[in-house]
Design a protein around this ligand. Structure first.
Ligand code: GLC
Length: 436
């Protein structure tokens, strides 16, 4: 008994002297099963499985792919539930760019093994994942909202791709009307993501920001969307529901919007780049008939694409940390990002890959929209930190009320201001801001 106690004390002393063994010093083993939660939209799951299995074959390990829900909000709840109970069930997690600060306490520090690679990626992404001096995730692909249009329909009726939301509204209405008269009763002008979830926060940010109405929270965490430009942007979006967009849009996420567009029943669609590979895929009814441009802007504003994307993180509770990190290292290689860009239109996180001729040939808009990707507008995740989900939830609920026609932009923004003030009060933001 005493001997065992002595041994335990010695181990403890050793731990204090040397500190916990840094992850990068642990060599990956063989014969381990690493679980990874990855993929949801488009062909993500398939691409992830292929690459993870390739790693497993090379290293003599196995991988288990954990299925996760399509909606990023649902995925977040699932992760939070697992991580809060310190579950070791998932070793590698694909996390949304806006979750880094919220999940940071549950994620392993990847600075040692992967910091240098992250420094070769877009600086804004690298900054996003360094929280409190730790690298909590590694950028895997970037998303930015873009506008898809039906080139064939625009040509048929003599329209150019819209540059302003006003032009989009008029073009969508005219073509919708003409196509219905011509016999397609199911044609709609514009589809986007208006379900009450994270995707609506992205759409709302793009509308408001492209009208010059700010990004909901400024750098000092003040609410900024109670202004005429933001109200005008939201009023215009509200006017689409039931006119150029079906009322069902109130329940559309990315895949629902793509379903309507890809079956040929919408003139315009707001979505992320992944929809390109599928629209152009074999058997797609709209193959060869689609174009992609930057999202329109409001009067006096500039086009704004919400910055999205997914990163890879290792759970702090993983019992296979070294192997999990090795798998992440395999997945984020430039070569693998190139494969994903060509097959699935997932935007690489290394700027150098935007000059790769094969990637550009598969996705010509990666070149033309490069500035939109580089200058994509971030959601207020950094400002809101661990409270981002509450802030975003408040934004999408307020916006959904306007789109449903249950609220006016003025009263919705007024209430959102109060709600964010309550979140800020609970989080003691103002005091933090003074001491920062
Ligand atoms: C995409 C984006 C992600 C965003 C989500 C919203 O998956 O990459 O950042 O949160 O859409 O639905």
């Amino acid at each position: 008994m005493l001997a065992r106690l002595r041994l335990a004390c010695a181990a403890l002393v050793l731990l204090f002297v040397t500190g916990p063994v840094p992850a990068q010093q642990l060599a990956p083993r063989e014969g381990v099963t690493v679980s990874i939660a990855c993929g949801a939209l488009g062909i993500e799951l398939e691409l992830c499985r292929e690459a993870a299995q390739e790693w497993a074959r090379k290293t003599g390990n196995s991988v288990e792919i954990v299925n996760t829900p399509n909606s990023s909000s649902d995925r977040f709840s699932l992760y939070l539930q697992l991580l809060s109970s310190r579950s070791a069930e998932i070793d590698v997690l694909q996390i949304d760019v806006v979750w880094a600060a919220m999940l940071a306490p549950h994620l392993a520090d990847l600075e040692g093994p992967l910091g240098e690679r992250v420094d070769r990626m877009f600086p804004a992404l690298a900054r996003n994942d360094r929280i409190g001096g730790r690298l909590v995730a590694v950028p895997w692909y970037i998303d930015a909202g873009v506008l898809y249009y039906r080139q064939d329909l625009l040509d048929k009726y003599g329209f150019a791709p819209p540059e302003t939301w006003g032009q989009l509204t008029r073009t969508a209405a005219a073509i919708q009307q003409a196509e219905r008269v011509a016999g397609n009763q199911r044609m709609w002008g514009y589809v986007f993501q208006a379900k009450a979830y994270e995707g609506l926060t992205c759409n709302a940010l793009e509308w408001v920001s492209s009208y010059g109405g700010g990004t909901f929270l400024d750098g000092s965490r003040n609410f900024t969307a109670d202004n005429p430009a933001a109200r005008a942007a939201l009023a215009q979006a509200g006017s689409w529901v039931g006119s150029i967009a079906p009322r069902g849009v109130l329940n559309y996420d990315e895949e629902a919007a793509r379903g309507v567009f890809q079956t040929g029943n919408a003139v315009f669609m707001r979505n992320w780049p992944y929809a390109w590979a599928l629209a152009q895929g074999e058997g797609s009814p709209i193959r060869g008939k689609v174009g992609v441009v930057a999202l329109p802007h409001g009067p006096g504003g500039e086009s704004a694409a919400a910055l999205g994307g997914w990163h890879l993180a290792v759970s702090r509770y993983s019992r296979n940390r070294a192997e999990a990190i090795d798998l992440v290292a395999h997945l984020i290689r430039a070569e693998e990002q190139k494969r994903r860009a060509i097959k699935g239109a997932y935007n690489p996180t290394y700027p150098a890959l935007y000059e790769d001729p094969e990637i550009i040939a598969a996705n010509p808009f990666f070149a033309t929209l490069y500035p939109a990707f580089e200058n994509a507008v971030a959601r207020p995740a950094r400002q809101a930190g661990p409270r981002y989900n509450q802030v975003s939830d408040a934004i999408w609920r307020a916006t959904h009320g306007i789109l449903r026609g249950d609220d006016t932009p003025a009263s919705a923004m007024d209430r959102l201001d109060d709600e964010i003030a309550r979140i800020a009060y609970r989080a003691r933001w103002k005091e933090d801001a003074r001491s920062e």
